[in-house]
Design a binder for this molecule. Structure first.
Ligand code: AP5
Length: 225
């Protein structure tokens, strides 16, 4: 089973992806995370992507398609994959279909997380990540159990993303709104899109996603054991 998450910045794509990875042993291809890792390691890809990411713009399709092709070929055919943040344009969606076709895989469901713009800004500016294990927190919605200490690794340093400023969020949101209808229409024509109300509590969103996957007859039979 392969799944695509689509949604604006801050919609909860990463949050729900992490949950599925932990609970269902799926593998995530989270393009923002992969790019940030490359920027941090100053790889050639990171150097190409940095200026676009800093400006809240999309990294060019060609760069992204090459990157995802490289990542996908390292994943076994049986492994269930979640695409978090890819594709974001129709060109990327077409390239992904062609690539999956060559690998005898398909997209089984596309989940669109729908969230009000005002809530997105509040979610993003309040977000932080544990520097050691990258667990995600929020100043209001998802605090560590002990203040200042990561629940998972005990780390005490938390970082915020450089593109999580109000001005850059505005750019990212505007880019998302430009591309959104094209990509949603692309997957609607294949009858793959399920909308989920991303304004609900995180657990309720997770429950709605689980229901869609189960009702759709999708099982985790390919999940890694
Ligand atoms: P990327 O890292 O993918 O950023 P994004 O799409 O802007 O999404 P975010 O990671 O900001 O949000 P999210 O939906 O994952 O929300 P989260 O779960 O963290 O991409 C960054 C950049 O990389 C792009 O701008 C672009 O430059 C480049 N890039 C990436 N992919 C690309 C591609 N395919 N093509 C070209 N360029 C690409 O949640 C946010 C916060 O809200 C968290 O604190 C969380 O705790 C909280 N939260 C989550 N759910 C809820 C809830 N239900 N209620 C309350 N709070 C919640």
């Amino acid at each position: 089973m392969n799944l695509v998450f689509i949604g604006p910045p801050g919609a909860g794509k990463g949050t729900q992806t992490k949950r599925l990875v932990e609970e269902k042993n799926m593998v995530a291809l989270a393009t923002g995370d992969i790019l940030r890792q490359n920027v941090q390691n100053e790889t050639e890809l990171g150097k190409q992507a940095k200026e676009y990411m800093d400006a809240g713009k999309l990294v060019p399709d060609e760069v992204m398609i090459n990157m995802i092709e490289g990542e996908l070929t390292n994943i076994s055919a049986e492994q269930a994959v979640i695409f978090d943040g890819f594709p974001r344009t129709v060109a990327q969606a077409e390239a992904l279909d062609a690539l999956l076709n060559r690998l005898n895989k398909t997209i089984d469901n596309v989940i669109e997380l729908v969230v009000d713009d005002e809530a997105l800004v509040e979610r993003i500016v309040g977000r932080s990540t544990c520097k050691t294990c990258q667990a995600s927190y929020h100043d209001k919605f998802s605090l560590p159990k002990v203040a200042g200490v990561c629940d998972y690794c005990g780390g005490t340093e938390f970082v915020r993303r450089s593109d999580d400023t109000p001005e850059k969020i505005k750019n990212r949101l505007s880019v998302y709104n430009q591309e959104k209808s094209g990509i949603i229409d692309y997957y609607r024509k294949q009858d793959l899109v399920s909308e989920v109300d991303g304004m609900l509590e995180q657990e309720e969103v997770a429950g709605a996603i689980e229901k869609i996957l189960v009702d759709g007859g999708l099982t985790y039979k390919y999940a890694k054991v």
